[in-house]
Ligand binder design. Structure first.
Ligand code: AGP
Length: 606
């Protein structure tokens, strides 16, 4: 939700900021802006509503002096997506970009207006610019002015601030919204996410909350807002390849990322199987101690669907009861879970406010928390008791694809880890499940290499021609069905919903009529026969059903045939087909696949 960038270094800043913003565009695309020192050493602020390309057009021919520059990409919360509301916001010499929400914006506006500050936007950010300006007037120090302004602000923020009177300085600070520091050759970066500066450096450190990063002629100082002694910067190397954040020969990031599924599985498995023992070893979980009496997953969207699969994996390999909760609902309910339970937050970005809030709720009540996330150094990794990283690499497409595949891998591993540690372990079942998992990257790779795109396009035409699409599934196929429906809604805007197959007859079957399509993944070896009964019920009422199934789960030729599958591996195959079905439908409809309307990749507001 909104992306910010700050840069100070020898490169020409306008083109650098635009390029960095293009790596953050997945975070919002309502407006964009840049501020830099022009050839007269004055700060030029350029802003445009709409996508980054509009800003890039306005910046044609502009070049700045080497020095600090800031940029912003907006997902609107306060105020319409207009140019006036676009960041950076300026007050006197102070220029600010912000990600987050200032909760006491109204009160501050009132008092600042009474002091003579005038507002030119409806955004909450403008109060920050005025507050810093007010304190800069009295202190003459940029870091100090920011520090004093923060005392008056309630809410969440990641800020990058520059001052026309301090051409060698840049300041950043955060609370409740992400901000990373990057260290390059004689250069520093501030950014909402790693891909923004990956082209220039892999050296990164997450900025701790309430610590001002003050970059000036003497380098970087980390100054806690409460006045305690400066912190020592500790940069680490991000294990991401810069080309992972490029589209390569693919038309869209989403397409590229679907085809990166096998690599996401392989990298997530890497180093987690004890050599020679054929056992899963998640050393990251050592801090959590022995297996829990109960496990509660909390997550949102696609990550919630991975958690639903996780429940089935864990419950079938161990005697641990598992609950799966929508994070935004869980966080405001009293905790009624067993003492010693683990609360596991699954989140691609590691920044989802609802998931962070849910985990915090559990942590405050004394529960052990585990983060399953794709982003090293993200907020959740700092807040959870332990972290299990998925290793899908940077995911840029707003619709999550390879990260979901990596999450499935992680919860599969978690199930095997817990199976090994419980009395009820079914040695044979676990052994087989591990064997299948280890073969999955190669099997999925082979499957994707032999795809029948003609068939998928034929199905996409049917989806595009339908008014409403119902996805159904039982057992393992239920999370896949609701994930299939979510993906389709996100990028095609086609009304769609997912139901457990058995629920259809309790209401949704009334929707079946010409123009309504039913999509059914069938990879659960134990429940596919039952699911076929549900399919027959739809067909008997004149409904059209598209099935995605392998020979052992399909009594008749399915709409998209999968190869013969073993155990749970069909989950990966069906996921790829469901993702591609949405992708190809969206392309057919001419939609902007990577930046669907109204969405943002990281949802850092409630
Ligand atoms: C997935 O396609 C969506 N963009 C969305 O549902 C996403 O999964 C959800 O917002 C949770 O994000 P997270 O995994 O980063 O927490």
């Amino acid at each position: 939700m909104c992306g910010i960038i700050g840069y100070i270094g020898p490169e020409e800043p306008v083109s650098l900021v635009l390029e960095a913003l293009s790596r953050l565009e997945y975070r919002g695309y309502d407006s964009a802006g840049v501020a830099y020192f022009d050839r007269e050493a004055k700060v030029d602020v350029v802003r445009a509503s709409g996508k980054l390309s509009n800003l890039a057009a306005l910046c044609q021919g502009r070049a700045g002096l080497p020095g600090p520059a800031i940029g912003h990409i907006r997902w609107a919360t306060h105020g319409a997506p207009t140019e006036e509301n676009a960041h950076p916001h300026r007050s006197g010499p102070i220029v600010v970009v912000h990600n987050g929400i200032i909760e006491n914006d109204r009160e501050l506006r009132k008092s600042l207006s009474s002091e003579g500050f005038s507002f030119s936007s409806e955004t909450d950010t403008e109060v920050v610019a005025h507050l810093v300006h007010r304190h800069y007037r009295t202190t003459g120090s940029l870091p100090e002015a920011v520090r004093l302004a923060l005392r008056e602000i309630a809410g969440s923020y990641a800020l990058a601030v520059l001052c026309e009177e301090r051409p060698g300085e840049l300041v950043g600070v955060r609370r409740g919204a992400p901000l990373l520091l990057g260290e390059g050759e004689n250069a520093y970066f501030l950014a909402s996410d790693v891909p923004a500066f990956l082209k220039w450096t892999r050296k990164m450190m997450p900025l701790p909350p309430d610590v001002i990063a003050a970059i000036g002629p003497d380098g970087l100082a980390l100054l806690p807002v409460d006045g305690s002694p400066p912190l020592v910067p500790l940069f680490e190397e991000v294990p991401w390849d810069p080309v992972a954040a490029e589209k390569g020969h693919y038309r869209h990031f989403m397409e590229k990322e679907i085809f990166e599924g096998p690599r996401a599985i392989m990298d997530t498995l890497e180093g987690r199987i004890a050599p020679g023992h054929g056992r899963v070893m998640l050393s990251e979980l050592a801090r959590l101690g022995p297996s829990p009496p109960e496990l509660v997953f909390v997550a949102c969207g696609t990550s919630y669907h991975a958690a639903l699969l996780g429940r089935q994996f864990i419950e079938s390999l161990s005697d641990i009861p598992v609950r799966v909760e929508i994070a935004s609902e869980f966080r405001y309910r009293p905790l009624r879970i067993r003492k010693g339970a683990w609360v596991v937050g699954i989140t691609q970005s590691g920044e989802t406010a609802d998931t962070l809030g849910a985990l915090d709720h559990a942590r405050r009540e004394g529960y052990l928390t585990l983060a399953v996330t794709n982003v090293p150094g993200s907020s959740i990794t700092r807040e959870a008791s332990a972290t299990l990283l998925t290793r899908a690499g940077p995911e840029i497409g707003v619709a999550s694809t390879k990260a979901f595949v990596a999450q499935i891998t992680a919860v599969w591993l978690l199930a095997l880890h817990l199976a090994r540690r419980t009395a009820l372990r079914e040695e044979e079942g676990s052994k087989k499940a591990l064997e299948i998992l280890l073969k999955s990257p190669a099997r999925l790779e082979g499957f994707l290499g032999a795809l029948d795109l003609g068939t998928i396009d034929g199905l996409a035409e049917k989806v595009a021609a339908s008014r409403f699409v119902i996805f159904i599934g039982r057992g393992l196929d239920y999370p896949l069905a609701i994930e299939g429906a979510l993906k389709l809604k996100e990028i095609t805007y086609r009304p769609a919903d997912g139901y457990p197959g058995g629920e259809l007859k309790h209401g949704p079957i009334a929707l079946i009529e010409p123009g309504v399509l039913v999509v059914a993944p069938l990879v659960d070896p134990d429940l596919s026969a039952k699911e076929w009964s549900n399919i027959r019920e739809v067909e008997a009422r004149g409904g059209t059903v598209l099935t995605i199934a392998s020979p052992e789960t399909a009594p008749v030729l399915p709409a998209y045939p999968l190869p013969a599958t073993e155990g749970w591996e069909g989950v990966f195959f069906a996921t790829a087909i469901l993702q591609l079905l949405s992708y190809r439908t969206a392309v057919l409809m001419g939609n902007d696949v990577d930046q669907p309307r109204n969405l943002a990749k990281s949802v850092t507001v409630e």
